[in-house]
Write a protein that binds this ligand. Structure first.
Ligand code: NAP
Length: 307
């Protein structure tokens, strides 16, 4: 078994589950989280570092799963000061591809390495250890990281040089947001037309109109269950990076831009922590139907007024 000492930074919904798999597989692991309480479930199975810098003293491979580009840059630049030479950072956060490329170059100048390795599969995939990781970087760094990624992925693939993993994740998020729109538009129309929504999911879901989104998000959308899962705020962050990346490669993303604008209605109403499935409520509101989310219901309620 590969046996380099590992560090894990960022023990949120995704990172906490990944670190747990590493500990359970018997890897030598030091963990750190900004809010210390989230490290407690790992006590006894991993070393809990008091400071971020403490992680760099023992770990030779440091995995992280935090939130936005600026969080990754802040933490990795801080760790780079005390990291041992040849340390490999493996970043599972979803961040801007350009930032990942620039970070890899700046670490390389210091004798340090970065593998960008954003994941798909959500909290369920993290808990069951069945994530898919899109990796970007040098082949030797991928080979070095792969035995550890096996603890919580069903597939980890090197898809290109630095930043390519994040680019692949952008392509993933484009597909995800468009199947989300397809599910939401299909079901809000069916509802307005008075169709049986369970039948809709069953019949359409098994044919050419079917999708993962319709099968998995559809039943939740029907009952108005918008507990994340994957939040509107996270999807909007990812779509901002995707639209930025599209400008960079001179691609056009009309569908993703539309979903970004529709989800902005939820963000602007202070509903960013709801699951992305709540997109259906925006469409219901545009069709003049009552919505289950009061803060976006103005249009429907104005439409219903007899003045
Ligand atoms: P989360 O539960 O909110 O966890 C975020 C983690 O990052 C927390 O441990 C947080 O520390 C830490 N963090 C954020 N900013 C920090 C900073 N500036 N300094 C130190 N620590 C910081 O988020 P998540 O759902 O695990 O997502 C993590 C990443 O995975 C994101 O980039 C997300 O887009 C991506 N992702 C998420 C999913 C999903 O379904 N959730 C799926 C695929 C990819 P505190 O505990 O102190 O707040």
């Amino acid at each position: 078994m590969a046996n380099e000492p590992l560090g894990f930074v960022g023990l949120g919904v995704m990172g906490g589950a990944m670190a747990k798999h590493l500990a359970e597989k018997g890897h030598r692991l030091t963990v750190w989280n900004r809010t210390p309480a989230k490290a407690e479930p790992l006590r006894g199975r991993a070393e809990i570092a008091e400071t971020l810098e403490d992680v760099t003293r023992t770990a030779r491979i440091i995995l992280l799963c935090v939130s936005r580009t600026e969080d990754v840059l802040e933490l990795v630049h801080r760790m780079a000061v005390t990291a041992q030479s040849d340390t490999l950072f493996v970043d599972h956060s979803t961040i801007a591809p350009r930032a990942a490329r620039e970070l890899a170059a700046s670490l390389h100048d210091k004798g340090l390495h970065l593998l960008d390795a954003p994941v798909t599969g959500g909290s369920i995939g993290a808990q069951s250890g069945t994530l898919i990781a899109f990796c970007g970087g040098r082949e030797e760094d991928f080979d070095r990281a792969r035995p550890y990624l096996e603890a919580y992925t069903r597939t980890a693939r090197l898809v290109g040089g630095a930043g390519a993993g994040q680019m692949m994740k952008m392509a993933n998020q484009i597909a995800v947001c468009l199947t989300l729109l397809s599910m939401a538009e299909c079901l809000s129309f069916a509802d307005k037309a008075g169709l049986d929504l369970q039948a809709c999911i069953e019949l359409i879901g098994s044919g050419a109109g079917g999708s993962w989104s319709l099968q998995n998000y559809g039943p939740k959308a029907v009952v108005g269950d918008y507990t994340p899962g994957f939040s509107v705020a996270n999807q909007q962050k990812d779509l901002r990076y995707a639209l930025e990346a599209a400008r960079e490669v001179k691609a056009s993303l009309p569908g993703s831009a539309l979903v970004h604008q529709l989800l902005a209605a939820l963000e602007n109403a202070g509903e960013g922590e709801r699951a992305t499935t709540a997109l259906i409520e925006v469409l219901r509101s545009l069709s003049g139907q009552p919505t289950a989310i009061a803060s976006i219901s103005t249009r429907a309620s104005l439409g219903n007024r007899e003045t």
